[in-house]
Design a protein around this ligand. Structure first.
Ligand code: ATP
Ligand code: MN
Ligand code: MN
Length: 301
């Protein structure tokens, strides 16, 4: 006797055409959210996610059995993702080339989801030239016990200081604990220069506000402070991509914001994978249509 799959559960997605198996598998147990619901989310936001997330090397957080089971961070693949998940060769330190993954279509994105991906992280460079950064990101990591309000005011402080240096920045809540302050760059500077800028900026900020900020890697030195994680700005480092879901309770998402919105935001995980329609509406709004876009280069420091 042939086993017949339930047609509704296996229906191909609307635009990507990628068939999602095990749609009813619960992958966020605390809210009984399923793989199918995650796929529907990514299907819906693909068009607003890909302009930023597409065509850059990515790392995936895969949790094939659910976020409470074994998860792993994946940068490479031998070909099991098929042809919609593309590869770009990148030189490693030892001089040999490794294939890194990228997607540039809804089918690529959804294939990753079919393979158990929950989170998408990306390099700060495009596949056309992986040696040149197209963004700076300051990942504000608050010590436990700090209020989200403290993170918000810290983000505004970075906006102010970076603004004085001529850099337009855009905030994003990560869906986790913090905020990323992002400065898009016209890709001209190479990684050593970008890392040096980010490092020196973070150290200077921490020196000027030692009770508020730290740039120290040692966890013990972060008590009661916000760690300015400048290390997202080195070759090969990744940061969570706009509109990525997070493998955290109730499936929060990373959301691009306006500075105005950030001012009054109560928490960094207020949006979830059920909010795709709101994301589309927001992204089309006048205030967010140009999020992440600015024609600017690294200033001197
Ligand atoms: P939060 O707001 O909770 O800090 P976040 O996305 O900023 O969320 P971090 O812990 O600050 O999370 O991590 C910063 C980045 O480090 C991640 O976005 C990711 O790109 C990268 N990262 C996380 N886990 C790994 C890992 N296992 N291997 C390599 N890079 C990782
Ligand atoms: Mn962080
Ligand atoms: Mn961090």
């Amino acid at each position: 006797i042939l086993e017949v799959e339930a047609p509704v559960a296996e229906a191909p997605a609307a635009t990507s055409g990628v068939k999602i198996s095990n749609r009813d598998r619960v992958i966020f147990p605390e809210g009984t959210l399923t793989k199918g619901e995650l796929a529907d989310y990514y299907e819906a936001v693909a068009e607003i996610m890909l302009p930023w997330a597409g065509s850059r090397p990515i790392s995936l957080v895969r949790c094939p059995q659910g976020r409470d089971k074994k998860c792993f961070f994946q940068k490479h693949d031998a070909g099991s993702f098929g042809h919609d998940v593309k590869q770009v060769g990148i030189l490693e330190k030892d001089g040999h080339e490794e294939p890194y993954l990228f997607v540039d279509t809804p089918a690529g994105l959804l294939t990753c989801v079919q393979m158990g991906t929950i989170e998408f992280h990306g390099w700060g460079a495009r596949i056309e030239d992986v040696e040149k950064a197209d963004r700076l990101v300051f990942d504000l990591d608050p010590d436990e016990g700090l209020d989200f309000k403290d993170v918000v005011s810290a983000a505004f402080h970075l906006q102010d200081v970076l603004g004085q240096m001529g850099l337009v920045t855009f905030p994003m809540v990560t869906g986790g604990k913090g905020v990323h302050v992002i400065a898009p760059l016209t890709p001209t500077a190479e990684w050593p220069q970008v890392k040096d800028f980010a490092h020196r900026f973070a150290v200077a900020l921490a020196q000027a506000n030692p009770e508020r900020f730290t740039a120290a890697l040692a966890k013990a030195k972060r008590t009661g402070k916000i760690f300015i994680d400048y290390l997202r700005n080195q070759r090969g480092a990744t940061a969570v991509l706009p509109y990525s879901a997070r493998s955290r309770p109730f499936a929060p998402i990373a959301v691009p914001l306006t500075w105005e919105e950030l001012r009054d935001l109560e928490s960094p995980d207020r949006w979830h994978i059920g909010d795709a329609a709101e994301m589309l509406k927001r992204a089309a709004s006048k205030d967010l249509a140009h999020w992440g876009r600015a024609d600017q280069v690294l200033p001197d420091l």
